[in-house]
Design a protein around this ligand. Structure first.
Ligand code: OOG
Ligand code: MG
Length: 268
């Protein structure tokens, strides 16, 4: 618990991270400079960075979870889930050939990862939201690919660092057609991720803390603690079930799902 007012200048650290993204250069992890950064202060930096982006005319397209699978937690060395924002400026549409092109030069050191994305039909207001409530409020579940791009040196961070950095969010590709949330068991949807035709990971929805809908409930409850909610129409990536892979110019990443349309990204 934070007692009294934090001495950390959240707006200053938000500017530090937004400038890193704008200039496409990596910066030192904040905890290298502020070793005692708390998660509360980190979420306050994240909120200040969101304000900067909204002040530029960007809008919120959704909210996201990260580090909800054992594979991702091991890959990044962080053992707790994190919550962030999906900005409308980061949502990339697929082209006529079904492949979404991502401009690698706009980013620092991007990686791509598969996602199960919830598209909400109704608001979800925490606390007390359950996985069942999430299924009731969801219009459809679609496949996706998230492009993550940590603003930190060597894509390395601690839990508060990645929280402050909006959970490395950069771009999101959302598949065209999804399934109704109760049309099957979301824990059994299987996902295969391949880079340039070579399989890099296979997992099921259950890899997401046992239940993807439960992850979205955690996010709604997290926002509820801050007086915020998930809103109808938002897209909610529930976290990658398997490890992220580097995206270079020419790389083609394909996320295939047992009963969702596959999603493809090409680095250009
Ligand atoms: C943090 C973001 C994690 C996910 O799906 O696990 C994330 C990172 O790995 O840089 O979006
Ligand atoms: Mg992700």
């Amino acid at each position: 618990m934070t007692i009294g007012r934090s001495k950390i200048d959240h707006a200053q650290w938000a500017t530090y991270l937004v400038a890193a993204a704008d200039d496409r250069h990596e910066v030192r992890a904040i905890t290298k400079l502020l070793p005692l950064l708390s998660n509360d202060d980190a979420y306050a930096i994240q909120a200040a960075a969101l304000e900067i982006m909204l002040g530029r005319g960007d809008t919120i397209a959704g909210a996201k979870l990260g580090l909800t699978s054992a594979e991702k937690q091991e890959q990044m060395g962080v053992d707790e889930p994190v919550y962030g924002w999906v900005l409308a400026s980061g949502v990339v549409a697929a082209g006529d050939d079904g492949v979404a092109e991502v401009v690698v030069g706009d980013l620092i050191h991007p990686r791509i990862e598969p996602e199960l994305v919830f598209v909400l039909a109704e608001d979800l207001v925490g606390p007390g939201v359950t996985g069942d409530d999430v299924l009731d409020a969801t219009a459809s579940v679609v496949g996706g690919i998230e492009v993550i791009d940590s603003r930190y040196e060597a894509f390395t961070f601690t839990l508060p660092d990645v929280i402050a950095d909006n959970t490395s969010a950069a771009r999101l590709v959302v598949g065209a057609d999804g399934v109704a949330p109760r049309s099957g068991d979301l824990r059994e949807i299987s996902c295969t991720f391949a880079i340039d035709g070579a399989e890099t990971g296979v997992a099921t929805g259950a890899a997401l803390l046992g239940d993807p809908a439960g992850c979205v409930a955690m996010l709604a409850n997290h926002l509820g603690r801050h007086g915020q909610k998930l809103e109808a129409g938002w897209v909610i990536p529930a976290g990658a079930p398997c490890a992220a892979q580097p995206l270079a110019v020419g790389t083609i990443g394909v996320a295939s799902y047992s009963n969702l349309e596959s999603v493809s990204v090409k680095g250009i």
